[in-house]
Every structure is written in C-alpha cells, then in structure tokens.
Write a protein of this length. Sequence first.
Length: 437
Amino acid sequence: MSGLPNCGLGIIPLEKLEELGLESITDFYDTQAHRAAEAKICIDITVFSSGKHLALPTVSVLSKVTGGIIRRYDTVTVGQLVADLQKQLISVQGYHGALRIRTTSLLRVGKASGHFFPDPVQPNLYHIQGCTKHQAVAFDFEYTEQSGLKTSDKLPIVQLAFAYTCLEPYILGQENKQRLRVQRRVRIQTVQCKIASSPPQLYNGADDKVIIHILTNKILKVALEEGLKESRFILQDWLSILLERYNSTVSPRETNLDLTFSKHVKLRNLTRYMFALLKSPLFRTEDIDFDTWTAFHWYIGGCSSSVLSRILYSRLVGWLDLDTCSNEELPLNRVSVETSNSTIFVIDSYLQIVVYYTAKARINQIEFPPSESSNLMTYVKKVSLNRSITPTLIYAMEGTESASYFDELLIEEQNKFGTTLKHFLDYLETIIRKQKE
C-alpha cells in the first residue's frame, strides 16, 4: 500500500478522511479477514508511507486475523525491502496453526492476546494461520474459586498443544538435490505452576518483562475502547497501587519507599518499563499518526516479552573506539553518556539502531561513518540479522541535527513526549504516600 484504498468493494472515499482514527471505518475488511482465516489464507501488508492517510487502522485487520505480517516503511531502500522479504521466505514458518490451552480445574483462561482468532465453537482453541519464531501469544488466568489457590492444593498444571504445517527441506535420493515437502507437526508443552506462600515469594517468582508484555496488550484494548487518555490514567493508577501494596507487605517499617523493586532482581526494571510505555508512541495524545500507531500496535501485539522490553527501553552500549566495546549497558540518560569514557554510543531500540559519535570521537578523528569491517559494524549487523524487520540504521554526530535521533531515545530525560524518570518517580511517591494516609 502506498495510498488510500480507492477502488473495488473495499474503497474508502476521500470524504471519509476526516473520520480516520483508531476505529475501523467499514466492516468490509473485517468480514474478508475472517473469511480468509476460515479458508486458511494468510495476508501480509507492506506499507510505504507517503505522508498521507492510508486507513491502516481499517485495513490492518486483514493481517491481524489471518496471522500475516505488517511492514511499514517511512523511507526504504530496495536493499532493505529485499532483505526483509528474503528473511521471511527462507525462515521456518508455520501455517494453518491450531493452539489449544488446557488447565486444571483450579484455573481458567482469562484473556488472550496475539495474532490469532478464537474458534467460534470450541473454547480455549485459537487459530493462527501464519507464524514465525518472532511471534508470540500471551494468556492470563483466573481462579475458578474466589478463595484462589492454597499451598495445600495440588499444584496447578497448564498445557499448550500447537499443531501447524510447515515446509521441510530434504535431500532427494542420489541426485543430492534439496526438495521441500509438507509436514504437519505438533508441539506439546506441559508446565506445573508453583504456589507462592507469601508476598515476597510471589514477587520472587514474577518477571518484569512478562508483566509488561501482558499489561501492554491488555491496556491497548482499553485504549481502543475508551481512549488513550483514560488508558494512561489506568496505567499510572495500576502501578501506584502495586507499589503501595509492595511497600506495605515487603518493607512495612521502612520510611523510604522502594519504587524500583530493588529487593527482587526480576522486577527491578518494571517501573522503568512502565515509564517507557507511557512515553512510547502508543500513549502519545497529541500529533498522532494513526497509520504509524496501528503498525506499531500490530508489531508489539505479536512480539515476545523480551522484544517488547527492548522496544520500550532501548539498549545503550558505549564504544571506546571502532573496535573496542565497553560491554556495559547504560541507563538512558544524559549523565550516563557524559560520565562514560566511551567516544561512540550504539543505542538499539530494536526497530531502529543509532550510532552516535560524541565530540571526543570527532577530536580523535575516528572514521565517520564507521568502516564496514570494524567490530562496531560487525556488532550492528549481528544484532540486526535475526529480526523480522531490518532495523533502520542511523549515523549521528554530536552538535549536528542528526543528534536529535539519539537524544529522543534517551527517554529518562525531559523531551516533547514527557517528563524525566526522576519526576515520574517523585510523582509516584506523592501518590503512594497519599494512599497510605
């Protein structure tokens, strides 16, 4: 797509441009998407942004329901597009998938998120017409009894069964030529869940990446139904209540509030992830590009928890020179950059990689842009290789206009999208102390 649908049964008239938002304008594409899914057809959409509305919030249902891929490019070279298509074609893909989830009687499936459509007849059965190793689905569970689970109960069990079709390569006889054959596979995973006997044990068993993944998908459904502003309030309210209960149960006698779950390693980044989510393109309430929002929503709605956490909170690594990495992951703030001995920084937000040269790099006359044979570029190529969409690579230099790409990713600083992390923590502390009163 490079323009508004303007012919055939799926036409969106120009006079409806003013109605374009996050809601679908017509039911046509939704109907066709479900018909395609029932016929086991997978639909990919490639979008070339032209600065005009493309009605992607309406059309995107074709890929969401059928398990297809949405690619959106602001600027794209032929090489980048070819690389993305080649990656898709040579990677192992599953088609005509059926995912069933079962639990013991103490639990039941609450909500599910991902690129699938639920079976209209069978409960807890989900159809995934197309999938790759980059995609994920998520479930949250509810207790079947108000009392919840007790430590004396039998440990609950969750079982996933996934059947799918794939093309398997094989060597044909004496000709020694590779051929492909259709194979139906079934994967079954059974997990026995532990029951926490105390709040600290519960927090020890939690994972900040999984929490933010499930929470993001749930709150995006709220955003589509009730609006972005309301969903922002719900997010902040959820986090303040969680932190208030955490401090009341884990450190009830402490006067200083722990706002970063410092006693529990697997939760230490949760507050940062929440802060990053609120500053992400998903929750900006002004100057919203609905096509960009929809493509971003599609991507994170089907990615894994580790990928989502990287998209929300980028990885910042310093380099002493083009061949020497400091191997230290830095916080996304200006202080960490200014106090580092590094002369070059690579910031990886999964969909974008920025190579940033400081003034020290310019003084030391380090080659710009970096040589393709340097260790730095080898690192960039390596992290880009296993991604479904090739990240946009940007070279930036301190003191030039290009530096804005780097500055925008230092999300702990004040920018046009929101406040600093410190102010956010101060705000949370004020709210929590009022709740305690």
